[in-house]
Ligand binder design. Sequence first.
Ligand code: NAP
Length: 690
Amino acid sequence: MKLQSYTEGRWFEASDGFVDLTSAIDGRTIAQASSKGLDFGRAVRYARDVGGPALRAMTFHERASLLKAIGTYLNDRKAPLYALSNETGATKRDNFVDVDGGIGTLFSYASKGRRELPNANLVVEGEIEMLGKGGTFGGRHVLTPLQGVAIHVNAYNFPVWGMLEKLAPALLAGVPAIVKPATVTSYLTHAAFAAMIESGLLPDGAVQLIVGSVGDLLDHLDGQDVLSFTGSLATSLSLRNHPVVAEKAVRFIAERDSLNAAVLGIDAVPGTPEFDLFVDEVVREMSVKAGQKCTAIRRAIVPRTSYAAASDAISAKLKALAIGDPRLPSVKMGALAGLQQRADVRANVATLRAEAELVYGDPDHVALEGADDATGAFMSPILLGCAHPLDAVAVHEVEAFGPVSTLMAYDTTADAIEIVKRGAGSLVASVFTYDPAVARDLILGIASYHGRVIAIDRDDAKESTGHGSPMPPLVHGGPGRAGGSEELGGLRGVFHYMQRTAIQGSPARLASLTGTWTPGAGETAKPRHPFRYAFGELEIGDTLHTAARTISLDDIEHFAHFTGDTFYAHMDEEAAKANPFFPGRVAHGYLLLAFAAGLFVDPAPGPVLANYGLDNLRFTKPVSPGDSIAVRLTVKNKSQRDAAYGEVRWSVELTNQNGEPVASYDLLTMNATESGERASGATELAGAAR
Ligand code: NAP
């Protein structure tokens, strides 16, 4: 089968130049790949001219829904992907990480997008900064999607997850992507990609696929484009130094070789739960995906006194590992992605052996279940041992991208930290200790060298995701040799595809642009109370000014005894006066909040379904008995939650009889979309705060 690329809204078959893609299990040809004859410049322009505008016309919530729909579509079609994934050498457990994990990433970004991003086309960051004394000129930061294309050059080890974990943030940001999977396993990426196209869910031009080499693709990029690379350090450097990437300031993200460490704390001697957890984790990381995992433990760092015990325990577990045809249920570790990949791993093991002894495994032979290592890309797990890692170099620099790990001995926690740091920056490190001081020393000592540090002990082991699991909401990138300081976790991954711009203008201009009201942006008094308007009828800036209410000493005492809050500042004139903040007895802040609600609430059933909480609450001036307060309630912004209701953020300001602000906060309510209707979510929300 000749794999076709997908560009300009149609499938493209290359003219020639095909390479055979073979099964990792038995070497038979599964497909052929080539991109010869593809017009890469047109693909880039198609993304910019067709895909980008279509995606940018959607809001974040619409794009989040799109991700969810694609995830659901793929979820229903996993069986053929599993079968192809087996051909890459992956076991059932590996499929779960690659196929299910990839789809899970779509769901994770979909849910983050709906919860944490607005139902709008831009993201507003921070509060307005007033830049003039008269309050007529201010500025605020917004993020808007780049108007170029995201080029995703991916590694071979996670053909599905690798594609989806990059597509999710790019599409959520509103940026179209061209996916370029590693050729050796591109048949699996191709199958998942084809299913996405078949779904018909994606706007035209939102995604394109290149099977084979990238040709002159990079020559067509400019400063609105993002080049996101996953793979080896060497390729990363050649892409970063590409003249167009450098000259046109193409945004470049790299995720590459990482010599991840796991450290066994000095306290975690044999017999402790942490020792056992460490041994299990090293074995797991060596065998999942046959060690072809960017986050796998390459350096297992143990106290010298536990070195022999750790080496024995890990070796015993490796010996019990069934290796072979990944389709067999009994098999726990499958094959490497291909024979070339195995040859690379063997060469790297040979390099490492100049500094480390062979503790377990034979790089050239392995006993297999249901497979033949002459035709399949199988390899024994290899445990190396390095007694003096501070005197070694290669063990901290050479990544054998397979089932290979080096056990290293240390004498003090400070030495362990130094050994970890020799990795020059990694994606992830794990520490196994039950001693809080050891954990603190290790974590503070190594955190700045890592994108993620995980502390594993007897308390969190059951729920822990483990050393190397992909965690979409958390940082995945790492510093230094692992790829630079880019943080790619969660929404930061989305924001990487967006530009942050300071917009300056009048408060009214900024409010209408950002959909967020600020003081000075103008207030609209409507004929009815704001609580009488449904979600869709409320407009940013709709404002209610309430009548004033005087607060008496009786009110304060009543509230104090009723609630039990008899703090001296409310009850004892002399003690309150002695406090630097108060002129004498003052009203409780909570009393002010309660009275404010009493002033602005319109009580009859209507579109307001529930009080959802308060943000940014500040008490700015004390309120004494005899003072009066009034409230200004203004619609600050709105966010549709589902068809039935949306969240309204109200700006609430309390002022005293002199017009001085005494308290301010944002009030969040859930409002029905339709006037007079009880929204479907009303029942569950009825239990919320009010
Ligand atoms: P690789 O050889 O560097 O290839 C990575 C990707 O770059 C492939 O798609 C490859 O395409 C492409 N490529 C190669 N030369 C290129 C060029 N001159 N111009 C444009 N694209 C080019 O890496 P790999 O062997 O596939 O992957 C294994 C490595 O990836 C390991 O070192 C591993 O640590 C790293 N990795 C890192 C992470 C992370 O998140 N940090 C994740 C996974 C893997 P072809 O296949 O067509 O050559």
